[in-house]
Design a protein around this ligand. Structure first.
Ligand code: HEC
Ligand code: HEC
Length: 301
């Protein structure tokens, strides 16, 4: 082949690759748009919502330690959570009843639909909202969470847009990332209540808050669909590759509370500070649950 022919060939193949990529992206866009707009209907169990001060306080503690305000804002008036050209723009909505907040007719059932099933009040699969971590909350705990949310002081702030970027669309289309509502078992029976205690069972119940980032088996590694600048999550199993192997319970608790590891290094801010508010019983229960996990190499999910 002459040089001219080679150049011509290269130009044609580059144009070919670009059009194949554009076509693939158009398909990915269409597929994700369909999945984002589709209405999912599930049967919603009724959860009784208490009004006494102790339950509202329990609800406040759960909302704090489940890090809801990391996304919905310290005043629950909503905020921008992700703004990245590849990942997209995601705003968590205003959860108060101020201007721009939840609709006036947002019912107890709508709270259950969002928190336990990952669906908006109009049946659309919520994006980013980690409902799979809350899906197993007991009826009693979920009722307390709703009771507390209903006491939030109104904040006037309009709901910001949600627009998934190209990376998310391609990952969703390839089946690498799914919407929370798509991997929640909507029919599994929920516990009526759980009794807090220093045991691995209660630790497992609480650890559902950790799986979204640390992975279903808590072996850490790359956080699914996270913006590129987020660090990998740490391995929480006692593998040779984990930092926590050899830590004592006290060192674990101190790391979560002070955000400084035993070796003096600081935790990246992506690891939520909200867990520092967990009680000793909760952190000890988590530690006893972590001890039961099979050691797994980092990031092997
Ligand atoms: C990682 C960020 C994040 C966390 C943590 C989070 N949310 Fe959300 N939440 C969102 C986003 C984003 C939406 C809107 C998604 C959409 O409309 O596609 C949302 C929507 C909601 C809705 C509104 C549903 C509707 O019908 O409009 C409720 C209620 C809600 N979240 C409650 C909670 C509670 C309670 C917690 C803690 C237990 C929580 N969220 C934790 C990001 C988050
Ligand atoms: C929003 C994502 C996210 C959630 C949710 C999360 N973590 Fe993390 N966590 C991280 C990241 C990222 C790191 C690594 C931080 C770094 O590199 O400095 C980390 C590090 C840690 C560490 C330090 C271990 C080490 O080897 O450095 C501990 C302990 C930990 N997490 C415990 C937990 C527990 C327990 C939960 C649930 C109650 C939890 N995390 C939930 C993101 C998360």
């Amino acid at each position: 082949m002459s040089l001219r022919k080679i150049i011509k060939f290269l130009c044609y193949s580059a144009a070919g690759i670009v059009s194949v990529l554009l076509l693939a992206y158009a398909i990915a866009y269409g597929l994700t748009q369909h999945r984002l707009n589709r209405r999912i209907s599930v049967s919603i169990a009724s959860v009784s919502v208490p009004t006494d001060a102790a339950s509202i306080e329990r609800g406040r503690h759960i909302v704090t330690t489940r890090a809801c305000s990391d996304c919905h804002g310290a005043d629950f008036g909503g905020k921008k959570v992700i703004d990245d050209p590849m990942t997209g723009v995601f705003h968590a909505p205003n959860l108060t009843h101020g201007k721009g907040g939840l609709p006036a007719n947002f019912s107890d059932e709508d709270y259950v639909r969002a928190i336990r099933h990952g669906l908006s009040h109009d049946g659309r699969a919520l994006t980013l909202m980690p409902s799979m971590e809350y899906a197993e909350l007991s009826d009693e705990d979920l009722g307390s969470v709703i009771a507390y949310l209903k006491t939030l002081a109104p904040v006037d702030r309009e709901r910001g847009p949600i627009s998934p970027g190209p990376l998310i669309r391609v990952l969703v289309a390839l089946g690498k990332v799914s919407l929370p509502a798509e991997h929640i078992d909507h029919t599994s029976p929920r516990l009526a209540s759980v009794t807090p205690g220093i045991n691995a069972n209660y630790g497992k119940y609480l650890a559902s808050s950790c799986t979204g980032c640390h992975g279903p088996n808590l072996s850490g590694g790359k956080i699914a669909a996270a913006p590129p600048d987020w660090p990998a999550a740490a391995n929480l199993t006692r593998d040779a590759s984990s930092r926590i192997t050899g830590w004592t319970e006290e060192q674990f608790i101190r790391t979560v509370r002070t955000r400084e590891r035993p070796d003096g290094t600081k935790l990246n801010p992506i690891m939520p500070a909200a867990f520092a508010e967990m009680t000793d019983v909760e952190l000890k229960a988590l530690w006893s649950y972590l001890a039961t996990l099979p050691p797994t190499p980092t990031g092997v999910r």
